[in-house]
Design a protein around this ligand. Structure first.
Ligand code: NAD
Length: 450
């Protein structure tokens, strides 16, 4: 099929590369000419495992082409997927990019005679596609929906394993205005991606995406709430509590002598909070949207309130071990919101670094992939980025592990002791062994431990 994708960020680019890799002819459109040039030169503007090689292949096979001209892209394709950003701004979802894009698509459709389907992949609050998007396209194209197709196909990929998630989806949700719209989106996936297809209406598709993210964010905040209770009581390691919880036969599945745990179990763990470009903004957007529809979603409010406090707990733990932070050199391991991505949007590390700087600390930080993004975001005379963990830890009086990169999980206790001026480690992801750290002379604590 001939597919255009508007917005070539994490979702648009991964979708474009994977769809062209599976044989479709894809035109990626972005407003930013530098991104477009990079893509056409086989340079991925984002870090994502496996993406570079696949991009190289689809560019050399001429299955993917990037441009800034949306009219040309629409003229030369049959389906347009919208993957522009939907940030949270001024206490609501910001639909500026969606509206702009819908207007541009409508204008292009006015000139087009053949049937074309517009599919929203961006995460938008329920009701957006069948009201705002539809109305703008109808007005700009002077056509009624039905003469063009309209669908909503939410994306569930996780940064860090986006290619695998896209290529092997759990489910494909297609909300459609009518059967023709549904068929044209289902055709993209048919015979290529082996997953159940959920056929539904536009609003339900939008709501499934918000429910998924809210559910996962809820699990993380629930885990952190339980961890905080354990800490306040004392003498309980929250990890032991979750290990006990997951033995429940409604969670674990026993298969012969094997015990199989669902993937959700990885969210039942103490940590320094969720971040990224999705969970925080999507939970806030759903909460606000519920309020606008006269419902107070108290559970979502609690999810956000707990998450807001977790980064601060890291700093409190550090202060409890080394006292006032003024003038002290503190090392932060990891800046990306999670391992295997360069995305630092809403990362707990960014919040932690700001709190440390506000308290007068001298902060060094490292990240295997996020230095380029961190450089733009973090500017302070008392802050410096380092190429590796050795330089970051050198002479530090306290260290905080914030992002669980494999290369940081492998740091030996003795390295903390030898590199640091004062070997104190706060583990925000509970990846290290307390006994091994203490045996090596490292003062160690972590979230969910007291
Ligand atoms: P992003 O910010 O990385 O990329 C958006 C891109 O759209 C930018 O490159 C921007 O230049 C471009 N753009 C904006 N308006 C444009 C226009 N009118 N024409 C052409 N290009 C335009 O965003 P993202 O992280 O890829 O997220 C996109 C959407 O997908 C969001 O709604 C997000 O919530 C959703 N989503 C994201 C993820 C994720 O892991 N990042 C996962 C699932 C869903």
């Amino acid at each position: 099929m001939r597919i255009s994708i508007v917005g070539t960020g994490y979702v648009g680019l991964v979708s474009g590369i994977c769809l062209s890799f599976q044989g479709h002819d894809v035109i990626c459109v972005d407003k930013k000419a530098e991104i477009v040039n990079e893509i056409n030169n086989s340079i991925s503007p984002i870090y994502e495992p496996k993406l570079d090689d696949m991009l190289n292949q689809v560019i050399s096979e001429k299955k993917l082409y990037a441009c800034t001209d949306i009219n040309w892209a629409i003229e030369n394709t049959d389906v347009t997927i919208v993957a522009v950003g939907t940030p949270f701004k001024n206490n609501a979802i910001d639909l500026t990019y969606i509206k702009e894009c819908a207007r541009e698509i409508g204008t292009a459709l006015a000139e087009k005679t053949s049937y074309h389907t517009v599919c929203i992949k961006s995460t938008v609050v329920p009701g957006t596609t069948d009201t705002i998007v539809r109305e703008i396209i109808e007005e700009a194209s002077h056509k009624q929906v039905g003469s063009f197709g309209l669908a909503m196909n939410p994306e569930f990929l996780r940064e860090g394993c986006a290619v695998d998630d896209f290529m092997m989806p759990d489910r494909i949700v297609i909300g459609a205005y009518d059967d023709l719209s549904f068929d044209s989106i289902a055709a993209i996936y048919r015979g290529v991606f082996d997953a159940p297809v959920i056929k539904t209406n536009l609003r339900t598709a939008e709501m499934i995406k918000y429910t998924s993210n809210s559910f996962l964010a809820n699990l993380i905040s629930f885990s952190n709430d339980i961890s905080n209770i354990c800490e306040s009581i004392g003498g309980i390691d929250a990890i032991d509590v979750f290990d006990g919880l997951i033995m429940d036969k409604r969670i674990v599945v026993k298969n012969d002598d094997k015990q199989l745990y669902p993937g959700l179990v990885q969210y039942l763990k103490p940590g320094c909070g969720f971040g990224g470009s999705c969970f925080p903004k999507d939970v806030k957007a759903l909460l606000t949207h519920a309020k606008a529809n006269t419902y107070d979603a108290v559970s979502l409010e609690a999810v956000l309130a707990i998450n807001e406090l977790q980064p601060l707990k890291m700093v409190e733990k550090l202060e409890s071990l080394i006292g006032d932070l003024l003038g002290k050199k503190i090392a932060v391991l990891g800046i990306a919101f999670k391992a295997e991505t360069d995305d630092i949007r809403e990362s707990p590390a960014i919040k932690i670094i700001h709190i440390l700087l506000d308290k007068g600390a001298l902060v060094t930080a490292c990240d295997p992939e996020a230095l380029r993004n961190a450089e733009k975001e973090l500017k302070n005379d008392r802050f410096s980025l380092k190429e590796n963990y050795v330089e970051t830890l050198r002479d530090a009086e306290g260290a905080l592990l914030v992002t669980a990169w494999e290369s940081y999980k492998c740091i030996q206790p003795i390295e903390f002791r030898n590199l640091m001026k004062n070997a104190v480690l706060i583990d925000g992801r509970r990846v290290f062994d307390k006994n091994a750290m203490e045996s090596a002379g490292v003062k160690y604590t972590g979230i969910g431990l007291k």
